[in-house]
Design a protein around this ligand. Structure first.
Ligand code: ADP
Ligand code: TYD
Length: 198
């Protein structure tokens, strides 16, 4: 199965992706844990451009995220799924829908169309949206802000609203999880929801 994690920066996605991968491995499953943007050599180069570069035009930004995603799907995700492994990914196309489609205003449908094209229509079996207020998420972060984090509080609020909207639109696929509890409790809730899938 293909499971993705979404949420504002600092919401606890990476922590939960790692805990889910560990839990599945403990059950004897093969798990590929990866992240976006990145996860491949090309993707990590694109990540560098996106997070540490100068101003990037909105559609250039959407196209670069899509390019990194196309490579990840082709090189990592599809081969892993084809051999029967589970794939756990920290961010996937919902990040583009929230950040580029809604917060940057490019339009969800157009950004979705681009992303379905470059992934040959690969959608996750389940997406966990880790819900933490942007203020609390910002307080959890201690590293240097990247180019997108430097957009500031209003942009983060917009991303938060965007994710809530996406959870309504894709209610069959997206599970909203309260991210304010302790990491182990959240991981247990997620593990329970994933068991329903496998
Ligand atoms: P993200 O991948 O969404 O940016 P991380 O998993 O890297 O988030 O977590 C951001 C910070 O918050 C880290 O310092 C992490 O240890 C901490 N953290 C993660 N989950 C929780 C939680 N449930 N409660 C409190 N702090 C958390
Ligand atoms: P990253 O450090 O991976 O996220 P986090 O801080 O949550 O651990 O940074 C990725 C940044 O790129 C983050 O601000 C979200 C943004 N992003 C997009 O705008 N669109 C996308 O499609 C993806 C995958 C990420």
């Amino acid at each position: 199965m293909f499971v993705t994690f979404e949420g504002v920066d600092g919401s606890g996605k990476s922590t939960q992706a790692r805990l889910l991968a560990e839990g599945l491995r403990a059950d004897g499953r093969e798990v590929v844990l990866t992240r976006e943007p990145g996860g491949t050599s090309l993707g990590e180069d694109v990540r560098d451009l996106l997070l540490h570069g100068e101003r990037i035009a909105p559609w250039a930004e959407a196209a670069l995220f899509a390019a990194a995603r196309a490579q990840l799907v082709d090189e990592v995700v599809r081969p892993a799924l084809a051999r029967g492994a589970d794939v756990v990914c920290d961010r996937y196309l919902d990040s583009s829908l929230a950040y580029q489609g809604i917060a940057r205003g490019l339009g969800v449908e157009r950004v979705l169309e681009l992303n379905l094209l470059v992934t040959s229509g690969l959608l996750p079996d389940r997406t966990f949206l880790i819900q933490v207020s942007p203020t609390e998420a910002a307080e959890r972060r201690h590293d240097e802000p990247d180019r997108i984090e430097r957009e500031g509080a209003a942009f983060a609020e917009e991303v938060d609203r965007a994710y809530r909207e996406l959870a309504r639109v894709f209610a069959q696929r997206v599970v909203v999880v309260d991210g304010t509890r302790n990491p182990q409790d959240i991981a247990e809730t997620i593990r329970g929801r994933v068991r329903d899938l496998s």
